[in-house]
Design a binder for this molecule. Structure first.
Ligand code: ARG
Length: 282
């Protein structure tokens, strides 16, 4: 079973008290206890898949801190810290950086606006980087320099899909599959693949995605509107919002197992399973 290491932050202080994306309505009711139970179930699902979960302490006054994906980008034991666009989330950056240091990662400060794995996604040997709403184009160069991997800029155009991880999910990194690990001589490598919503990207970025991922799983607007693309894949099993029914079927068709989780309460802040999950790669 492919074991991953994920950082998560319990939504103890979850609230919707400001609006920094179109999903958030500070006048609408929210239920912190429900957010905690949905998050706890997400964590349980990861553990049932054999993944290792680390937790960072939630801080009062930072209601979006549950969205750990925005806490940094961690590849090859190196952590690139973040620089949030909005003042409401600014204090999360140093808290996550401190956690990385404590966990033994080498931390580099971000100079430009950079919202971590919300916009920066490792895909095999490449890094896909979103811009348009949050992470700045300048941050992409910092990412490439630090990690020494080619960075592909993708232009986001729909404010509902403001982070790359709301418009695209990395499904596999070109890993060797289970059979080839167990049986020497079997040379089976899954190609790097993604699922995405074409309409969330500029025409040029759509062309880039078509060229890089000719066999991508194409999501529908209905899938994306329930944040279905905010999914977490370990290369075999994809954990995604249970409401994304068509996407789950398309993923099964493409050879993945799927597990639907209900994180509807966190969607009130514009987040799904992937937003709650930061992969730690040593
Ligand atoms: N309310 C948060 C924000 O707008 C949600 C962040 C979701 N995170 C993500 N990785 N897409 O910043």
């Amino acid at each position: 079973m492919p074991t991953r290491r994920y950082l998560m932050c319990r939504p103890t202080h979850f609230a919707v008290t400001y609006r920094i994306n179109p999903w958030m309505d500070p006048a609408a009711p929210y239920d912190t206890a429900l957010a905690i139970s949905q998050w706890t179930e997400l964590k349980r699902v990861y553990e049932s898949l054999g993944h290792q979960i680390e937790e960072i302490d939630p801080l009062p006054g930072l209601p979006d801190m549950v969205f750990a994906a925005n806490g940094g980008t961690v590849v090859d034991g190196k952590a690139l810290a973040v620089q949030f666009r909005d003042a409401e989330r600014a204090d999360e950056g140093p808290a996550y950086a401190e956690w990385f240091r404590g966990a033994g990662f080498e931390v580099t400060e971000a100079k430009a606006i950079n919202e971590g794995e919300g916009d920066i996604l490792l895909a095999g040997d490449y890094i896909l980087a979103g811009t348009g709403f949050r992470t700045s184009h300048a941050a992409h160069a910092e990412v490439q320099e630090l990690f020494g991997r080619p960075v592909i800029t993708l232009q986001l155009v729909d404010p509902r899909f403001y982070h790359l991880d709301t418009a695209l999910a990395v499904l596999s990194h070109g890993d060797r599959d289970e059979r080839s690990r167990e049986e020497p001589g079997v040379q089976s490598v899954k190609p790097v693949n993604v699922a995405y919503l074409p309409e969330a990207f500029s025409p040029g970025s759509q062309a880039v995605l078509r060229q890089l991922f000719p066999n991508a799983v194409i999501a529908t607007v209905a899938d994306a509107e329930v944040l279905g693309l905010n999914a977490v894949s370990d290369g075999e099993t994809v954990v995604l919002p249970v409401q994304a029914v068509a996407l789950a079927a398309a993923l099964e068709q493409a050879g993945y197992q799927t597990i639907g989780v209900d994180v509807s309460e966190l969607r009130l802040a514009g987040g799904g399973p992937k937003c709650c999950t930061l992969e730690l790669r040593s």
